[in-house]
Design a binder for this molecule. Structure first.
Ligand SMILES: NC(=O)c1ccc[n+]([C@@H]2O[C@H](COP(=O)([O-])OP(=O)(O)OC[C@H]3O[C@@H](n4cnc5c(N)ncnc54)[C@H](O)[C@@H]3O)[C@@H](O)[C@H]2O)c1
Length: 240
């Protein structure tokens, strides 16, 4: 594939390495210094653009890429209040858009485990559920996009929880998500079910960024010749 990397930070650099090991051609790299080049990619024969930038940049970048009929795999988090506009654009342009708040295959298996446990534990309301997420100090958003995805599924299945809050809470109807920022942590997400006599902990620990980068390249390989809007759930269906 001919790949454009949009955002050449920690993730963009790791994605470039993975692309090269999988024999893809990285023909364009765009970062903040040459950001306007994103508007003139239509004649560059790009099969797919992989976008990992910053929350405020993701929406205009995706819009520019879809507008030029370039399939987009996006990993930037904390912009998804604009998702409806992107969905409309993709439909109108017959475009291709893949989004995941977390591209790690292990995390996506963890999502499935979380759903299963949330359904099961809804029958045992003596156990109160809470979450913790820990990331490196450069992470701009909190809670993480992954924590929000986990929270969404817990709120779907737990009849006692109606909303989440990014702090400790005494309110039984609120799901507490504690966010911590520490040096050199790629990402740790824990879900706790605490009862009067015991505590159950489910934790996913990312060992490095490479798992996210590989997942995004696998998603790009899978999606670049499809039309529509896709997520890791769609991607993983091929293995089920
Ligand atoms: N979905 C996932 O699996 C996953 C995994 C890790 C990180 N992330 C998210 O990916 C994003 C990037 O993470 P990172 O650790 O690489 O951050 P980073 O700060 O290291 O890199 C971001 C890069 O984007 C560049 N940038 C900013 N605005 C731009 C623009 N308009 N055009 C082009 N480049 C621009 C910055 O100059 C920087 O080099 C964050 O939102 C993070 O939360 C997602």
């Amino acid at each position: 594939m001919n790949v454009a990397i949009i955002g050449y930070g920690r993730m963009g650099k790791t994605i470039e390495k993975i692309c090269l090991t999988r024999n893809h051609n990285v023909s364009v790299v765009i970062d903040i210094d040459n950001k306007d080049e994103i508007n003139s990619l239509h004649d560059k024969n790009i099969d797919v653009a992989i976008e990992f930038t910053q929350p405020h940049s993701a929406f205009p970048n995706i819009r520019a890429l879809i507008g030029q009929n370039i399939p987009v795999v996006c990993g930037t988090t904390a912009w998804t209040d604009k998702m409806e506009e992107i969905q409309e654009l993709v439909q109108n342009q017959d475009g291709t858009f893949f989004y995941a708040p977390n591209y790690s295959i292990g995390v996506n298996l963890f999502f499935a485990i979380n759903e299963y446990v949330a359904k099961l534990m809804n029958n045992f309301q003596d156990f109160d559920v809470s979450m913790e997420e820990i990331h490196h100090i450069h992470k701009l958003d909190s809670p993480s996009g992954t924590a929000l995805n986990l929270a969404h599924d817990i709120l779907t299945y737990n009849e006692k929880k109606t909303s989440w809050t990014n702090e400790e809470t005494e309110k039984r109807e609120e799901l507490s998500i504690i966010s911590k920022r520490e040096p050199d942590v790629a990402g740790i997400h824990s879900i706790f079910y605490e009862g009067p006599y015991d505590k159950i902990e489910c934790t996913h620990t990312a060992k490095s960024r490479e798992g996210f980068a590989l997942g995004s390249v696998l998603a790009a390989e899978w999606v670049h010749d499809k039309k529509g809007i896709f997520s890791m759930k769609d991607f993983l269906k091929q293995f089920l």
